[in-house]
Ligand binder design. Structure first.
Ligand SMILES: [Fe+2]
Ligand SMILES: [Fe+2]
Length: 156
């Protein structure tokens, strides 16, 4: 797999906005190339192995790679054609539901951790741990929205 080439910072010259945008888009496109290779590799490995755990792990990574590719495309589009802004009211109108949903995310983390702690089986524990990481990821994403909201409403 090709290594990711990240353009080095030039200490002497300050980058202009459009230079920075171009660099970000370039890196995103390289990364997308790696994701496309990952999708192919994982598909091949799934075909090569009869082991159900190996196949499940490869399927997880393949699906994640598809999702990563989509998010990278969103980032590229947001930089080049459709600017994305987050306004306070965008969060305000759905905030109660977001909080409720985040509570559900945290509940799944608790359930998963309790299960994993006592799980004596490698296969199941590995996949339960994976689910916990994913739920933590959801919780963290929503936490980022909350941080953003708090900056806008320092006294809330
Ligand atoms: Fe990825
Ligand atoms: Fe979740």
């Amino acid at each position: 797999m090709p290594k990711l080439k990240v353009a080095r910072k030039k200490a002497a010259k300050k980058k202009t906005g459009s230079q920075r945008t171009k660099e970000m888009v370039d890196v995103m496109k390289q990364w997308q190339g790696i994701e496309r290779e990952a999708i192919d590799t994982c598909t091949e490995l799934m075909e090569k192995s009869d082991n159900l755990l190996v196949r499940q792990v490869m399927e997880i990574i393949r699906n994640d790679s598809v999702q990563h590719h989509r998010v990278q495309q969103f980032i590229i589009d947001s930089l080049t054609r459709t600017p994305v802004q987050l306004k306070p009211e965008d969060l305000a109108v759905i905030w109660d539901e977001i909080e409720k949903h985040d509570e559900a995310e945290r509940k799944t983390i608790k359930l998963g951790k309790a299960l994993a702690k006592d799980c004596p089986f490698f296969v199941q524990k590995t996949l339960i741990d994976y689910l916990i990481y994913d739920e933590q990821k959801h919780d963290k994403l929503l936490g980022e929205l909350e941080k953003f909201k708090k900056n806008l409403y320092p006294y809330a």
